[in-house]
Design a protein around this ligand. Structure first.
Ligand code: CA
Length: 512
């Protein structure tokens, strides 16, 4: 066994070299052109407004692409952008256009062009389980069913003469399937004409340059029938890959790991790993437990096992759940940073909900989780309007402008971890080797190997105490270290082959 490269022996690795994230210190790196990405989720209405009506829009997003790139995100997932009567837009009235309040198709084309210039992929939400009850298809179908007349759209939805759970009454003896709410009638996905239309929709957006789709509510396609859902997902996957071979698809199956494992057999690239997310999820349990290294090790392995050769989709929060800042604790900045640090160590894609990188809070009703992005705490009058029925909108941490200037901010920690994922593609793609002899209850060492290169990741999961790890035993030499610390003044020391890490520190050892 070779000794660790002499280059770092005795060198004091201070924050000023590795741990901080001053914006001029983070260079752009070449992004691997595949679907393992740091994804940023955007609710357009609350993100950035370009024309002064205080409704976020596509041009507003374009104006923030430099920010998104600088933060190290390499893809954007847009919540629905199609015309829709609701604020959330998960009830679509036209799958071939952009909601007027968001802009135009031309704006969207420009967004795609500008995003691609920055190596940012665009993924759009595709709501196939249901349309809006205002969609012309449903308006015509419902009218025909009610009047007993014919319509080409009659078989596009699921009508019945019996009152059943999950169905909405039109008149006595006439009902339609609407699993979520009466304004969202479920499509009849067995109808070949509906499938042909879905194919046209995907073709349309791929022609406009999108790189992939996020499939909404896949467990509701055929409610209660996982086999039918998986079969339909297989069809979608084949259909989309038939149009664009390297398209990326991520499904929202809000369910347990076992069921998600079954869905992965459809060939769909990713499913969100819900068990890892939120304050009661696996990543946060690693923050709280007495053997966090074991929890994290098992989680790293299980994510890969679950995805079974596909791309795990890891996240801490999203638009449907309480924001993670409140879940971990508003005054727990170090834990908040470290939770994202741990997330960033997983294979696959990481998903960051807009505002999570600045510690925005939001819980209770959905509108509260979708409030205005805080760009500048000193310019509150420039923010987007919050969704109409927001009951609480407050900010615990300062805005982007302020956090950008603070090297110890949550934003700069996120930026640094994203940068490391981009600089070291092994982190998102690598085969893992653990070092049980170096592992304790609160320290973890894992090697990730991809494309004949390796990095060694050393994590101190102790929030109070420093960790000492013997790094002289690795087979290869790793003369360089990237480090992320939750305290900007913390230091990692290496002396005589022993690395001394501050609480909640992550060190990435690499060779070039
Ligand atoms: Ca606007």
């Amino acid at each position: 066994m070779k000794k660790i490269g002499i280059v770092i022996l005795g060198i004091l690795l201070s924050c000023s070299l590795f741990g901080c994230a001053k914006k001029e210190e983070i260079p752009q790196v070449k992004i691997v052109d595949d679907n393992y990405r740091n994804v940023y989720e955007i609710f357009v209405a609350s993100f950035a407004d370009s024309d002064g009506d205080h409704i976020g829009d596509i041009n507003g997003v374009i104006s923030k692409l430099d920010y998104i790139q600088r933060m190290g995100y390499t893809a954007i997932w847009f919540m629905p952008i199609h015309p829709s009567p609701s604020y959330h837009k998960y009830d679509v009235t036209d799958y071939y256009d952009i909601d007027k309040s968001y802009g135009t198709l031309e704006d969207f084309d420009r967004l795609i062009e500008e995003a691609h210039k920055r190596n940012i992929h665009i993924i759009i939400d595709l709501v196939l389980n249901h349309t809006s009850s205002n969609h012309p298809w449903f308006v015509k179908a419902k009218q025909a069913f009610r009047n007993g007349t014919d319509s080409e759209y009659l078989d596009w939805y699921n009508f019945t003469t019996e009152a059943k759970s999950g169905y909405t009454r039109i008149t006595d003896g006439k009902y339609y399937e609407a699993r979520f709410v009466d304004t969202m009638p479920d499509l009849n996905l067995d109808n070949q004409e509906v499938r042909d239309e879905i194919t046209k929709i995907c073709q349309f957006w791929i022609d406009h340059g999108v790189d992939g789709f996020r499939l909404d509510a896949v467990t509701s396609y055929y409610t209660g029938d996982n086999a039918a859902n998986t079969a339909f997902l297989s069809w979608i996957n084949r259909m989309i890959k038939g149009i664009k071979e390297d398209a990326y698809i991520v499904g929202e199956a809000w369910t347990d790991d076992n069921t998600i494992g079954g869905y992965y057999t459809s060939g769909v690239d990713s499913f969100f790993h819900f068990s890892m997310a939120q304050a009661d999820g696996t990543i946060c349990r690693a923050l709280k437990g007495s053997t966090p290294a074991t929890t994290l090790k098992n989680a790293l392995e299980n994510a890969l096992k679950l995805a079974n050769g596909h791309i795990p989709a890891m996240f801490l929060d999203n638009h449907d759940v309480n924001r993670i800042t409140g879940g971990i604790g508003r005054n727990e900045l170090k834990k908040l940073k470290f939770a994202y640090g741990m997330l960033s160590l997983f294979n696959g894609c990481t998903y960051t909900y807009y505002g999570t990188e600045i510690g925005m809070v939001g819980s209770g009703r959905d509108e509260n989780k979708r409030i205005a992005m805080l760009w500048n705490s000193d310019k509150m009058d420039e923010l987007c309007d919050n969704p109409k029925n927001t009951s609480t909108a407050e900010y615990v941490y300062p805005g982007v402008e302020q956090q950008d200037a603070d090297e110890d901010s949550l934003l700069n920690y996120h930026k640094l971890m994203n940068f490391y994922r981009n600089r070291h593609p092994e982190i998102a793609r690598g085969e893992m080797t653990f070092y049980p002899s170096l592992q304790t209850a609160k320290q973890l060492v894992v090697k990730k190997t991809w494309n004949e290169k390796s990095v060694i990741i050393i994590v101190n999961l102790d929030g109070e105490n420093r960790a000492s790890v013997n790094i002289s035993e690795f087979e290869e030499t790793y003369p360089k270290i990237d480090a992320a610390m939750v305290n900007v003044t913390d230091e990692i020391n290496v002396k005589d082959g022993v690395m001394d890490l501050p609480p909640y520190a992550i060190a990435i050892l690499y060779a070039e």
